[in-house]
Each structure stands twice: as structure tokens, then as C-alpha cells.
Design a protein around this ligand. Structure first.
Ligand code: PMP
Ligand code: GLN
Length: 423
């Protein structure tokens, strides 16, 4: 059998965007081939907390495993939805019903897929804040919808993720009578932006005015570095509870991206639709993982407000890494854009003045290949986080991931220093 990628049929080509090229596959392969220090794909290289790893082992190997190694409730393992309801009720300010307002999925990805599949039909437009987590675009197309990018505007000389701003006029213009859904992500991948209350109010006003669903991807909800701006759930704004689906991820919460356990919280009428898609496709999610995440959340809830609570201690642990890496990058002449949340850091490579040969790819992609192939450092370009139409907004900005052991970050920085010294 040939390993050549066959062209898509015209039918598929119209709907499926990115079938042949997945950016994570491409850039993971680049990191591997070049044996680079991997500061690209977003996954921690340190251990998940001991207690969740222990819970997973117990869930499968103890007597509990007799039941837990089998199927569990389709919409979500009871212990997990109960833990999530208990965790989120005080955050939302209302009693979240564990049986009707939560659904568990295969990662945040699964939740995004169910939300989009459930509500987007051919002809529907979906407004998505750019840069966006890349899978939103193909998921909307797979459902037959039309993605409409709404770029955040980067202030010239940006030094903070807050310098990426929503333009009110562009926001208003993005909505049409065909708009069915608005998708955004806060804290934001890749910029680290945390949407301010006034920006959330502007978004909410448009969603209410046009009777549009809001898909709020909050997988980095606990990774907030400063008290201001706080992370606010858009579902809590007036008129938004009944139209918002909020996505979370255990992979991000517990530094265990391989666990692929996520969830959506939303009103019962909408969650019922997701449950239908889920019930007829995946049916249920792995029981032992859900048990371990539930047990982990129960323990963390008992520690809330203490320095031991992982929900907040992870950000405290990552903040010095963010600051250290920013300083190192600034010293070699890259301009860091300090993130307010998440675990990514953008840098503008423009000041380096590199003139890499034109080859049809955007400048940030060429820079990423050059950095891996010539300097042994793997990072992620930002142009794949835009629609083709708005790709130029990426400029020469690339993404570093700092949820790594200090020794990994030091290895990357050492390579950058050596390069700088050789100039
Ligand atoms: N949304 C965003 C913004 C992400 O960065 C990711 C990456 N993991 C996901 C969703 C998917 O989450 P999961 O790994 O739980 O599927
Ligand atoms: N969310 C992660 C990132 O942005 C990885 C996603 C993936 O590998 N598919 O790096």
C-alpha cells in the first residue's frame, strides 16, 4: 500500500479542512526528527500529582476495579459528575445539577466536538476569536458550518497578553443573521490572554442580541498568574446561562494530558443534545480515569484555599518558569509577550531580523523549522491558529511552552544563549 496521501474527494474537501495535515502531528515529528528540546506541544514533562496517579492505580487493581474496569454511566461516571457539580456550583453561583448539566467527554477535544456537532448545520456561521485552538475550524467544517475568524488585535510593541484586544467594531460586524455560535477560549491558547469583564460583557451582549450559542473553552481555567484580571466564566453574565457551554479538561487540571478526560457544563436542554451525540458515538468514557479524576478533585476541594491545593499551586509553580523563560528570551533579543494565564508564552521574532528564504509558507512557520533544524529548539508557529484569510496577523510570532521541568527550560535557554554568542 502506498503511504502517499491521496487527494480528498471534492465532497470531503469542501467539508474537511486539515485531514492531511494536523499541526500537532507535523510539529511533534519535527521535534523528534531534529532531536530538539521540546518547548512546542503543550504537555508537562513533570509528573501528575502522586495522589491522582495512585487513585488510578487503585481504581484498576483493587477490588474496586471489578466494577471500575467495566462501562460506567454514559453521560459521566457518577462520582465524577458529583465532584464537578460540587466544585463548580460556588464558581457559577448556582447549584449545578450533576445529572443534567454536565457531560463527560474524551478530553476537552471531545466536548468541543459534541458542542459543534450538536448545533452546527450546513449554512450556519460560527464566529471564532483568532488566534484559536486549531481544531475549532475543522470541527465546524465537518459539521457543515462556516468558520468566521474574528482576530484579536495585537497592539504594536506588545509585551503582555492583555495587548491582544477584542475590537468592538469587528465584533459587531462578525455577527450576521446566519451566526449560530460564538467560540472563544479564556485563559487563551496561544496568547495567555484572560478576557476582561468588559470584553466578556461585549461578547455576551452580541450573543444575546443575535440569540447565539456561546462555546467557552476554559481548559486552562486554573492557570491564572495574577489576581487581575480574574478568570470569569461568561456563563455567569446576565442572559448567558441558558446559551453557554463551558468546556473543561482533567488533562490540564492535573497535568495529565494523556488522560483525555474532559467535560462540558451547560443548561439541561443543551447538554441533552450533547448526550445524544455522545451516546450514539462514544457511548461512555473510561471508568477508571473518571474515578481517579473524581477522587483527585474531591481531595483538592478539601484543600481549597491552602497552598497544597493543586488547582492553585500549579500556577504558583509555573509562574517563576514563565518569568525565567521570558527573561532569557528577552536577553537574546526576542520580544516576550507575558501571558496572564495558560502555559504558553508568545515571542515576536521580528527583532532578530532573520531573513529566511521565501518558500510559500508563512514567516512564523519558516522560523519554527529553522529554529528546530539549525538550533535544536522546537516551538509552535501561530499562523495555524488563524483562518487562511487572517494568517498574516500571526506575523513572526511563535509560541513557547513553559510547563516543563526547569532542566528542560534551561536546556532550551542554553541553546539560545550559545546561538546568541555566535552571532
Ligand atoms: N482547548 C484548548 C484551548 C487546548 O489548548 C486544548 C489542548 N489540550 C484542548 C482544548 C483539548 O483538551 P484535551 O487535551 O483535554 O482534549
Ligand atoms: N493543547 C495542546 C497545545 O496547544 C496540544 C494539543 C495537541 O497536541 N493536539 O499545545
Amino acid at each position: 500500500m502506498s503511504d502517499q496521501v491521496q487527494p480528498l474527494s471534492p465532497y470531503a474537501a469542501k467539508r474537511i479542512h486539515g485531514l492531511q495535515k494536523n499541526m500537532w502531528t507535523e510539529y511533534a515529528a519535527l521535534a523528534l526528527r531534529t532531536k530538539s528540546t521540546n518547548l512546542g506541544q503543550g504537555f508537562p514533562d513533570f509528573h501528575a500529582p502522586d495522589h491522582v496517579r495512585q487513585s488510578l492505580a487503585t481504581a484498576t487493581t483493587s477490588e474496586k476495579g471489578r466494577a471500575l474496569n467495566q462501562y460506567t454511566r454514559s453521560q459521566g461516571h457518577l462520582r465524577l459528575v458529583n465532584a464537578l457539580a460540587k466544585l463548580y456550583s460556588p464558581v457559577y453561583g448556582w447549584e449545578v445539577n450533576p445529572l443534567t448539566e454536565i457531560i463527560v467527554s474524551v478530553g476537552g477535544y471531545g466536548s468541543l466536538f459534541y458542542c459543534i456537532q450538536s448545533f452546527i448545520n450546513p449554512g450556519d456561521e460560527v464566529v471564532m476569536v483568532e488566534p484559536f485552538f486549531d481544531c475549532y475550524d475543522p470541527m465546524v467544517r465537518m459539521a457543515g458550518g462556516t468558520p468566521k475568524g474574528l482576530p484579536l488585535v495585537m497592539k504594536p510593541g506588545a509585551t503582555s497578553s492583555a495587548d491582544f484586544q477584542l475590537d468592538l467594531k469587528m465584533l459587531e460586524e462578525a455577527f450576521t443573521e446566519k451566526t449560530k455560535m460564538f467560540i472563544f477560549n479564556t485563559p487563551h491558547n496561544p496568547t495567555g490572554k484572560i478576557f476582561s469583564r468588559s470584553e466578556l460583557e461585549q461578547i455576551a451582549a452580541m450573543c444575546v442580541k443575535h440569540d447565539v450559542l456561546c462555546l467557552s473553552d476554559e481548559v486552562y481555567e486554573w492557570l491564572v498568574y495574577d489576581t487581575s484580571p480574574p478568570h470569569i466564566k461568561i456563563a455567569t453574565l446576565p442572559g448567558m446561562r441558558e446559551r453557554t457551554l463551558t468546556v473543561g479538561s482533567a488533562g490540564k487540571t492535573f497535568s495529565a494530558t494523556g488522560w483525555k478526560t474532559g467535560w462540558t457544563v451547560g443548561p439541561p436542554e443543551l447538554i441533552r443534545c450533547l448526550a445524544s451525540v455522545h451516546g450514539q458515538s462514544m457511548y461512555t468514557c473510561p471508568s477508571p480515569l473518571q474515578e481517579a479524576v473524581a477522587e483527585g478533585l474531591e481531595l483538592e476541594m478539601s484543600r481549597l484555599g491552602t497552598p497544597e491545593c493543586y488547582l492553585t499551586s500549579l500556577a504558583a509553580e509555573l509562574k517563576p518558569k514563565r518569568d525565567w523563560l521570558s527573561k532569557e528570551l528577552a536577553e537574546i533579543g526576542l520580544t516576550p509577550i507575558i501571558p496572564e494565564g495558560g502555559y504558553f508564552l508568545l515571542v515576536d521574532a521580528e527583532p532578530l531580523g532573520l531573513n529566511l528564504p521565501e518558500d510559500g509558507r508563512p514567516e512564523d512557520c519558516r522560523f519554527v523549522y529553522w529554529l528546530a533544524e539549525e538550533k535544536g529548539i522546537a516551538v509552535i508557529p501561530t499562523s495555524p491558529f488563524y483562518t487562511k484569510e487572517h494568517e498574516h496577523y500571526a506575523k513572526k510570532v511563535v509560541r513557547f511552552c513553559f510547563c516543563k521541568e526547569d532542566s528542560t527550560l534551561e536546556k532550551g535557554a542554553e541553546k539560545l544563549r550559545r546561538w546568541k554568542a555566535s552571532l
